[in-house]
Design a protein around this ligand. Structure first.
Ligand code: KG4
Ligand code: ZN
Length: 340
């Protein structure tokens, strides 16, 4: 440990995961996430229940992050937290806690944009993980977002394409719901897709101009397809589960890859990173790995624990902001619809 080491406690509470991490400079010392099972029975995140669960989880989660990192709170240099976007009630829990703790310790407070964090998670120092060079393109795919971002530096990012309706995670989750799979359904589609034929059932891809996306039509198409076939064979879903999942996943990946190809052509940038919960999808990871050979792209796929919502990614943005003296006043507030 050197005297100028920076220790950042990072707190993430934008949706339904309460997360805390401790970073020593750009290295992760601990990364703790408490999920919220309660939403499963409702088939989606219930905001009121999410903020209550954050209230219960936040102290034990932060305690555990400090313990695992083997440091005392008095050793912290700064506190970074998710300011937005997200659910207001959830964000407020992390924001209020971060403000109070920073104030009581007399250390700087750093507000972080959750979507920037999904992108900059690639700068966490991990043995054997090569970091991308600027500029690069980021495909951020989560339950709430689908974006292609041109990233020119840590603090210079521009959205060049995004969804006009549902996010890609919703396309996974809503398709899964139509099939009667539990919430969130993305990981289940991924699991069953592994044993299926991706070309068994053909779905049409939406025609959206430029680099924008649309997923609501696909969801409707899948709904009608399932209803039509279940009317003929009531066991249709059970009998074809793997093939249906594989075909849905294949179509979603095709939609994403088509737009990435266009983005590479338009920008001349062929370095691509992925972030957001959906980038945990094994089909997407495999396709992007193969794209290195197939299209000559350089693709960066982070460790699984840094793709879904986590606090380490908030910490790495906090560290970069700390280095650039980008601090926030103790009067800072949550912003559910923060500008990118
Ligand atoms: O980034 P995230 O953890 O939360 C936000 O939405 O911000 O993303 C959650 C989304 C959910 O829609 C979930 O179904 C999806 O990520 N997801 C997956 C997989 N793992 C998580 N989708 C497809 N395949 C997966 N393996
Ligand atoms: Zn997220």
């Amino acid at each position: 440990m050197s005297y100028n080491d920076v220790f950042i406690l990072a707190i993430e509470s934008s949706c339904d995961d309460t997360a805390a991490a401790v970073l020593q400079n750009d290295k992760v010392l601990s990364n703790v996430v408490a999920g919220q099972k309660i939403h499963e029975e409702y088939g989606g995140v219930v905001p009121e229940l999410a903020s209550r669960a954050h209230q219960q989880n936040i102290v034990p989660v932060i305690d555990m992050a400090l313990k695992k990192a083997n440091i005392d709170k008095t050793q912290l240099t700064a506190i970074a937290f998710t300011q937005g976007p997200g659910l207001m009630g959830s964000l407020l829990v992390g924001t209020s806690f971060s403000k109070s703790l920073a104030m009581s310790l007399g250390i700087p407070l750093i507000a972080v944009n959750h979507m920037h964090a999904h992108i900059l998670a690639h700068f966490i120092d991990e043995e054997g993980y090569e970091k991308p060079d600027f500029p690069f393109l980021a495909l951020t795919i989560s339950g709430g977002h689908t974006q292609i971002v041109k990233v020119s530096s840590f603090f210079d990012m521009e959205i060049i394409g995004q969804t006009t309706d549902d996010a890609v995670g919703e396309a996974f989750d809503k398709s899964a719901k139509i099939m009667g799979l539990p919430y969130p359904g993305g990981p289940f589609i991924d699991k069953f897709a592994k044993d299926g034929n991706p070309k068994k059932f053909l779905f049409t891809k939406p025609k959206v101009p430029n680099l924008d996306f649309s997923f609501s039509g696909l969801k409707t198409q899948i709904l009608y397809f399932i209803q039509k076939n279940v009317a003929i064979n009531s066991n249709f879903i059970e009998d074809n589960k793997a093939d249906i999942c594989s075909s849905i996943q294949y179509t979603i990946i095709e939609i994403l890859i088509d737009k990435l190809k266009l983005a590479v052509n338009q920008t001349g940038i062929n370095s691509i990173v992925i972030g957001g919960g959906v980038s945990a999808n094994s089909g997407i990871r495999k396709t992007l790995k193969e794209a290195q050979e197939k299209y000559g792209w350089k693709t960066f796929i982070p460790k699984f624990e840094y793709t879904t919502d986590n606090a380490a990614m908030i910490g790495i943005v906090g560290y970069q902001k700390y280095l650039h003296h980008k601090f926030d006043d103790y009067s800072v507030t949550s912003n559910a619809r923060i500008e990118f």
